[in-house]
Structure formats: C-alpha cells, structure tokens
Design a protein around this ligand. Sequence first.
Ligand code: GLA
Length: 386
Amino acid sequence: MTIDQLKQQYNTIFNQEALETYFCPGRVNLIGEHIDYNGGLVMPCAINFGTWMLLSPNEDNVFRFRSVNFDETFDIGVQTAYEKTGSEWYNYPLGVLHHFVEAGKRVQGLDILYYGNVPIGSGLSSSASIEIATAFAFNQFFKSDYTKLELVIMAKSVENNFIGLSSGIMDQFAVAFGEESKALMLNCDTLHYQAVDAYLGDNILAIINTNKPRKLAESKYNERVEECAQALNALQQELSINNLCDIDGDIFKQYGHLITDAIVHKRARHVIEENDRVKLAAAALAAHNLTEFGRLMYASHKSLKNDYEVSGDELDTVIEYSRTDNSVTGARMTGAGFGGCAIAIVKADAFETYSQNLISFYTAKIGYAPSVYATHISDGVHELVG
Ligand code: GLA
C-alpha cells in the first residue's frame, strides 16, 4: 500500500483529507533478550516495517480509530478517562488517549486511519509501533509538550497498566529512538543509550517469521517476569542490588546458590549471562568482528532455549538450519519468543538461496512455511511531510 493509496482511502472513509501523516517502525533486537525488565543492556534497532497513521480533526468531538488491516472502526467520544474494552487492536491507541486525558492534556476529536505492515503478533513490536505512532502524533497535533522519552515511558505504561503485559521498555524505546543503520545500546536501568554503527559488512539482516500462532505468550511472559523477581529476591538476601543485571556471571557463580528453586535459578542464569553477552557483542560490533558477534547470537539463542525456555520447535528449526548454511554468520530468536521471529546475519548475495533452502527445510519439519524478509535498519517515529 502506497502513501497515496492510503490518503485516497482516508478521503473515501472520512470524507475529508488527512492533514498529517506519521510513520512508526517495528523493531528487532540484535541481542539482549528478556533483559529490559531486569535493568540490563539491550541492542535493538528499528526496521523498515511499521505503522502509518493519518489524521485530521473532526467537528464531532469523537475519536474515530479506523484500521485498514482489520477493516473496522472504533468510535468513542472525548471523555476524561477510558477503559480497555475486549482485546481488540484499538485498545493500544485508546490506552494512549487515556494517558493524555488523565494527565489533563487538551484533546479534540480526530478521524484516524492506521495501516501497518508489521506482521501482527510476530514479535516485531506491532503494538509498540501503534502506541508510539499515536503518542507521537497526539503530542505533535495537540502540542502537549512531552519529550520523546516521556512518550516512551507513557507507552510502556499503556502496555503495563492499560493492556496488562508486564513488558519492559525496549520496544517502545527502539521504535521511538531508532536510527538508520544503527543499533541502540540501551541501558534499561538508567535509560542512557548510544546509537552504535550496526556494522554488517557484505551481509544483510534477515527476519524469519515462524508464522506460529502465539498462544499463551502473554501469560508465559508475565510468568518469566515473576520468576526474575523471585530470583532477585533470593539474591538480595546477601547482595545489595536492585536488578538481576547488577551482577555479572562471575558473581552469579558465587551467589547463585541463594536461589534454591532450580527453574528460577536457570532463568536468572540466562538473564545474567545474556547481559554479559551484550557487552561482548558491543565490543565485537565496534571491532567489525561479525564472526564473534554471530557466535554470541547462537549462544544467546541456546540460553533462551534451554535456560529461559521461551523458544520452541519452530524457532529452533530456523536456527538449526541457519547453523548448517555457511552464508550465515549468526542467528537467534528475537523478541519475547514463544513463536514469533528469528533474525539471521546472511551474506547479501546468498540471501535468496538461504531463504529458499530455509523455507524447504522448515516446511518439511514444521508442516507450514515461514516468511523470510531482508530488512533494513531504519529511523524511529517521524512525521511524513509532503
Ligand atoms: C517483548 C517485550 C520487551 C522485551 C522482549 C524480550 O518484546 O515487550 O519489553 O522484554 O519481549 O526481550
């Protein structure tokens, strides 16, 4: 769908022209998985898939949220508070609207059209994308004076308090602050970050969507968050720390015995070792050492599979194939897991062959095909002018 087609659709649906158009990307995380809610380091980047949002004010004092993808509209008047209704897509923009009005920001009715090409529920942050698109657009249109970081914190709160997922800040941060060809080295405790060159040499970043329906992902995600809280509690008996990522693998070897539950112990080991891996990965990237970066990606996947137990046959099959293909430097699941997507660093000139061979291997084993994309690391949320 082109912008012109979207504008055309907007005219047809709302009988007026769209005054403003925004784009917010989705994201992948290169390394540092299930780290953000443990106060450690992550390395996400924004991608060239995302959400477009077109808007104009209306005279009716009504918010009309319309989605091209779902072919449905949700209308609601200007109110002083909003509540989540069902589990529909419009709860994300509704949650953002709730935060604006709750903070006393002046709003007025808008006709809004969304279109997204981030595969929904694939772990590429389609929800953070629609949240940040909406928060950024409202902030600009209503002149609400939030900083970008405040919008990120607000969108995280939408996810945690309005939607009910105990997620960390990585996704919202990545889609807001992303930069072309850069990875964001974000410290999720201090929220300090550095945009580092995502050196890929003669490779491209491939995204492999397992196309596995993500059942129970939310409750399992919240369960992991809870297990990490238990691990932290146990360590705090002797260590004065605020986050699991405040210690490294060596200290964990000394104090890990404080965690008596074997499962909780495994979860903590993943988190702490993964955080150490991000530091090594940053150094490898800076030194243009993709071989080492790839090794760390495979190690990350193994830990997510065995210790954190958030992978699955589908993601493991993608990694299993990738390991046998010598055009691949590294591969791992990305995002929350439980299905969703993997990423791989693949020689650009071998991408088509990789893609075809992976599709055959995966289909033979899993029974349906994955989708494979070559992606481009892109800018974060912005207004599209012209
Ligand atoms: C989801 C969450 C993020 C993060 C990742 C796992 O994408 O929204 O906050 O925890 O899972 O790294």
